[in-house]
Design a protein around this ligand. Sequence first.
Ligand code: NAP
Length: 480
Amino acid sequence: MAAQQRMNYCNGKWIESESTETFSVTNPADGSVVSRFPKSTEVDTERAIRAAADAQDTWAETPGPERGAVLRRAAGHLENRADDVAETLTREEGKALAEAAGEVQRAVDILYYYAEKASDLAGEAKAPSGQNSRLRTVTEPVGVVGLITPWNYPIAIPAWKAAPALAAGNAVVLKPASQAPTVVHELTECLDEAGLPDGVLNVVTGSGSEVGATITSHETIDAISFTGSSAVGELVRESATETGARIQLEMGGKNPAVVMPSADVDEAVTIVGSGAFGVTGQACTATSRAIVHESIYDEFVDGLADYATDLDIGPGLEADMGPQVTASELEGTLDYIERGKEEGATLEVGGDVPDTEYDGHYVEPTVFSNVKSEMQIAQEEIFGPVVAVIPVSDFEEAVTIANDSQYGLSASIITKNLSEANRFIDEIEAGVVKINEKTTGLELHVPFGGTKNSSSETWREQGDAGLDFFTTTKTVYLNY
Ligand code: NAP
């Protein structure tokens, strides 16, 4: 398939960068070029911000049901082309086709969900203390918002930021990740075809250090929603603190799954294996630590090693587990595997580049046993299909180790013991807690976000909570 030349979307038009320079997005499965994008500059980004600022008031004044109708039509357009978009997603990001199809469906569902929510954003009535009066709140958009998104869920995350932002009446400047911007263009085309007014959404591609940094430091931007690494999230926080913009930061994870003696070991292996190796381990909520009771430890490790060995690795269009997104991500994973060996953990299975016929960024699903909590492979986010299995002797030790992390995004426990399940809910430091379920995956109508270094902790995404970040409340006293 020929690589397409894409453009920026600014003020309702597809335009080139003033630099006329471009960059290529390549297929991690075989190195072929998927698309080419403008390498945009500060000037391009400022133009997009101006377009958003000019469109802001009219969009805010557009009735909520009308804004919702645009999102609903866009959802329909995306649904109609979902198969093609899923294939494009696999070709540019690498994940297995079934995973890509699920992600595109999530974006469709998110658009439908917030299409309905747009009609509910009027505020609420309260009982006034005096007679002949009204007391109520009015919900208003925050203003011009900057959205900065990562490559690992390249359409779902832009959708779950843009849909509530637009539903609430904000104008948007969106910078997609450079490794996987093509599916954001597909989403943008759907919104354009749905009749989104000019300037309400603007999409600028280019480097984080130029396009991203221009958004985060610009005085016109009222709020910034960022998802990505904790390191870049901190830069965004510093920059936004100077301009006073509202921020939402959703960042890394080192998610634990605790396995207790009452667990069915086969079931625990499936829960941990799918959480660790799904989307090639490139999920913020991926299970990267299995904290396992010593009485079932050996049986669990053997089962997880078999699970990893049975996975079929290859291009996402054909295999269970696709490649990593870039050569540098693969290199990072292989470095951590070397460190794990040097630290004295036991490499049970994987640990290498597989012997395949394909020229892509493949790595074997990897299981380390005899891991200690202080080891780097148990503390740092690897963002590849590597799981560290840590033995523990009781529930208290398991929770202590699960909480021994700078991160706190998602955590799970596999147990049939009701008391352990409830204590885990109370004692775990995480934004998402799951009992007998994998750490990955969250439905769209519940709040999503982390604690500690996984999140700015100020706001949650998705569900009703996803609208809070994009709205502000005015309290109104009316006496007559
Ligand atoms: P990343 O390197 O932090 O990049 C995220 C976004 O920030 C990209 O669009 C990037 O642009 C941009 N960026 C880079 N430098 C910037 C700067 N100085 N100013 C403003 N923006 C800048 O993260 P990633 O590698 O794409 O994604 C993986 C990370 O995301 C992992 O740590 C993962 O845990 C996290 N994540 C978290 C969640 C969550 O909900 N908590 C969900 C998914 C992923 P370029 O692409 O052009 O560099």
